[in-house]
Design a protein around this ligand. Structure first.
Ligand code: NAD
Length: 480
């Protein structure tokens, strides 16, 4: 019965980004009888999806796309045509933070979502299931429903919330083997129940039934915001402890290990670092803060705000530590930046802590030599030149002169090139290759004293100190 149902299904996904692309590629791979079209308004993005060099880097993604592309997986700029033909329309467009007007700095900007919904209403001639794949504020489905039904009175739309929990860098394994798939819908109506069942049938091709959770719409929408808030909170919790470790002589790795052994807490996601990044954590928490404020819950809003404040503080603390360790002046000194993406195994730089750290160092007139295995130079220069958006005070930015960026930033192709003649090494992404560098060779090619500021706790502190480096590693006892 499942096969019969799914042979009829045509899927279209609006938004060929970090979520839409990999998610749909995996659905196409696991459901050969389903036709999947991924559409986007961006011509370069679609061109790249149809080329040998995909627009995003994810381990395993190339293989999945190559297996299905041209068979049952298609990437296209023909948005309206593909939407009109589909039975299920996933919407996976970006939902960034509003930068001006009411709710600026916190509320989700639903411009892209609204225009996608209006387009769906305009072009639809047959009934459709519309799936919220993007992360949206709780209650968005209500607004979407209004837009769809008011603008196309002849057609039945069923709205489902199916938030995505994949993590960049492990997207394909996360999609193959998800902890859970969450489907929120109107279980109380026959149409709603049928829509839930249709989407369940798609995932049931490879996801065990007990991992497919069905809830009401608002629980599904809120669960995604809550999950990201909890994850980010764990990082801010351990980072807050890292500051205390440095002040007291405790070692944050030992503290994390001891704390994580408690089965109620668990060991994952307890690594101290220079701070979390990525397009989601900050934006989703800010969104949660805004929703709390709008619902008259300022104390709850303040609780979650603190998670971001600690994250900002961690980056400032890191820069300050570097500057004070180097005799309070880094003007004209070369600093090798190892890693720019927000975490390893992705080329994504959205909200990467590297931007804030580099801008902090540039404002103290350092010269930066940056190396990242996956981030192109143009992306780094663009990120560094974009004034930082201060969520707490929209409109204000950390001043970094434009010409200081072009003059004082060099991008190179290896860690050895970056570190040669540098006064300090700053590790900002935990790429595996930074663990196994020949640090003796690097030390020999640096002026002395030679410093390592490890923002990801990847280096062997004892070994590096034996070589002669002065090492600062987040949350670890300082040099004796
Ligand atoms: P993205 O910016 O990489 O991709 C969004 C795409 O949507 C862009 O290519 C854009 O051109 C396209 N788009 C926007 N409006 C459109 C329209 N009207 N018609 C057609 N295409 C349109 O974003 P992303 O990282 O894939 O995130 C998408 C959503 O998924 C966001 O809500 C995000 O919060 C959520 N999410 C992201 C992740 C992640 O790790 N990146 C994980 C889970 C959830």
């Amino acid at each position: 019965a499942k096969e019969q149902l799914t042979t009829m299904v045509k899927i279209c996904c609006i938004g060929a980004g970090y979520v839409g692309g990999p998610t749909m590629a995996v659905i196409a791979l696991k459901c050969p009888s389903i036709n999947v079209a991924v559409v986007d308004i961006s011509v370069p993005r679609i061109t790249a999806w149809n080329s040998e060099t995909l627009p995003i880097y994810e381990p395993g993604l190339d293989e999945v796309v190559k297996k299905c592309r041209g068979k049952n997986l298609f990437f296209s700029n023909e948005v309206e045509k593909n939407v009109a033909e589909a039975d299920i329309v996933f919407v996976s467009v970006n939902t960034p933070t509003k930068t001006s007007g009411l709710g600026a700095g916190k509320a989700a900007d639903l411009t892209y979502w609204e225009s996608a919904a209006r387009m769906i209403a305009d072009v639809s001639k047959s009934s459709k299931i519309v799936v919220e794949k993007s992360t949206v504020p709780v209650k968005t489905a209500e607004a979407i429903e209004k837009i769809l039904t008011h603008n196309n009175k002849g057609i039945e739309f069923q709205i489902l919330s199916n938030p995505e929990f994949l993590a960049e860098g492990t997207a394909i394994t996360d999609l193959f083997n998800p902890d859970r798939v969450l489907i929120g819908g109107r279980e109380e109506t026959p149409g709603g129940l049928k829509a839930i069942q249709t989407l369940k049938d798609v995932y049931a091709h490879w996801v065990p039934e007990e991992r497919i959770l069905c809830t009401n719409l608002w629980s599904a929408e809120l669960s995604k915001l809550a999950a990201n808030a909890f994850l980010a909170q764990r990082i801010s919790s351990v980072n807050s402890m890292s500051a205390l470790c440095e002040a007291t002589g405790a070692n944050v790795s030992q503290v994390s290990y001891a704390v994580g052994k408690d089965s109620r807490i668990g060991p994952k996601f307890l690594n101290a670092s220079v701070g979390f990044g990525g397009s989601c954590f900050q934006k989703d928490i800010l969104n949660l803060v805004y929703i709390c404020e709008c619902n008259g819950l300022p104390e709850v809003a303040n609780y979650w705000k603190q998670v971001i404040k600690i994250n900002d503080y961690q980056k400032v603390r890191f820069v300050n530590r570097l500057v004070t360790s180097m005799f309070n002046t880094i003007s004209g000194k070369k600093i090798a930046i190892l890693g720019f993406s927000f975490k390893k195994d992705t080329g994504d730089t959205r909200e990467t802590p590297a931007i804030d750290v580099c801008r902090g160092l540039l404002s103290d007139r350092a010269q930066l030599i940056i190396y990242d295995p996956k981030v192109p130079k143009a992306q780094m220069m663009k990120d560094l030149s974009t004034p930082k958006f201060e969520w707490d005070q929209p409109g204000s930015t950390v001043p970094v002169a434009e010409d200081s960026i072009t003059k004082n930033v060099t991008v190179v192709h290896s860690a050895y090139e970056a570190t040669k003649d540098s006064h300090a090494i700053c590790i900002l992404t935990e790429w595996d290759e930074f663990k196994s560098l020949d640090y003796q060779k690097i030390y020999d090619n640096m002026p002395k004293p030679a410093y390592v500021f490890d923002g990801r706790n990847v280096v062997d502190v004892t070994k590096l100190r034996q070589i002669g480096f002065i090492v600062y590693s987040i949350g670890k006892p300082l040099d004796p």
